[in-house]
Design a protein around this ligand. Structure first.
Ligand code: SAM
Length: 284
């Protein structure tokens, strides 16, 4: 096996690369760059350790929004079968091309496009792992689209604004608990890896970030059933403070269905667990 880390370490430093390409961050593209390899290595190493994988050997990795390539370098140093990057900013594509010249075309595939428009299920290889310091403005739509096709992935290692991570990881009865917590927790085992100080980014955002690892649960939920769960949770959380007797009153036979599951009609949306929403959806 070729060790890519030697080749990566021959590249000019990240800050030098950013300077040479005049890569000023664009707010509209959610650009806050990580230029410290200690941090990008920590993201990848912590995720691999949690997954009990020594590295990415034999695995396919997709990175959304590689930017100047800090996280890209950290992934390549852990020897994936292939890394595919999807980036909208053409200035970053030039940087990716320089990395590809070092590591070879078979190791780095570059897609210049919008991640929201990609069909990730068609990307080469299994198992697929996604790694991303997500553009904050599209982080939730991207996560939802990956969760809905979670059978295609082995892991998602994603960085969010801390308040979004709080919502994803929130337990029942917590103020942050909501639709994204339910969808994420039903489909995946979720681990909060660590928080990152705003000063680690260039430019520094106003808020902290958090890295979260998602691993698919073994039993996949059929898409029709998932749609029912989504419909239920949309209804329940649109009147979050109301009892489900009120918020779910349009559900036919609500009283009997809830009784068969031991669910009290005086419960509120945030008091119902993801598994209970799933069981209720099965009766619809
Ligand atoms: N991974 C880099 C890092 O950690 O330094 C950059 C992360 S920055 C938060 C988000 C990146 O996503 C930027 O490079 C931006 O150009 C890219 N991006 C923004 N919107 C995108 C989209 N719709 N599709 C693909 N890439 C996008």
């Amino acid at each position: 096996m070729i060790d890519l880390s030697e080749k990566i370490n021959e590249l000019p430093g990240l800050r030098e690369t950013v300077g040479r390409h005049g890569l000023m961050a664009k707010k509209a593209l959610g650009q806050n760059f990580l230029l410290d390899r200690n941090i990008t290595d920590k993201i990848i190493n912590t995720s691999l350790t949690k997954q009990k994988k020594p590295d990415f050997s034999g695995e396919y990795v997709i990175e959304v929004g590689p930017g100047p390539g800090g996280l890209t370098r950290s992934v390549l140093c852990r020897n994936p079968q292939k890394l595919t990057v999807v980036e909208m900013d053409e200035r970053c594509i030039e940087i990716m091309q320089e990395i590809r010249e070092k590591v070879g075309e078979d190791k780095l595939e570059i897609i210049n496009g919008d991640a929201l428009k990609q069909d990730f299920s068609k990307f080469e290889g299994t198992p697929k792992n996604i790694v991303s310091n997500l553009p904050y403005n599209i982080s939730v739509p991207l996560l939802v689209s990956w969760l809905k096709q979670i059978e295609n992935f082995d892991s998602l290692t994603l960085m969010f604004q801390k308040e979004v991570a709080d919502r994803i990881c929130a337990p029942t009865k917590c103020k942050d608990y909501g639709r994204i917590s339910i969808l994420s927790q039903l489909l995946c085992k979720i681990e909060r890896l660590f928080d990152i100080n705003p000063n680690c980014f260039v430019p520094a955002p106003k808020i902290w970030s958090t890295v979260v690892l998602f691993r698919p649960k073994p039993a996949n939920i059929e898409s029709k059933l998932l749609e029912k769960v989504e419909k239920l949770t949309t209804q329940a959380f649109s009147q979050r403070r109301k009892m489900i007797r009120q918020s779910l009153k349009s559900v036919k036979g609500l009283e009997e269905k809830c009784a068969s599951l031991g669910l009290d009609l005086t419960l509120r949306a945030e008091e119902i667990t993801p598994e209970q929403y799933l069981e209720l959806a099965k009766l619809l």
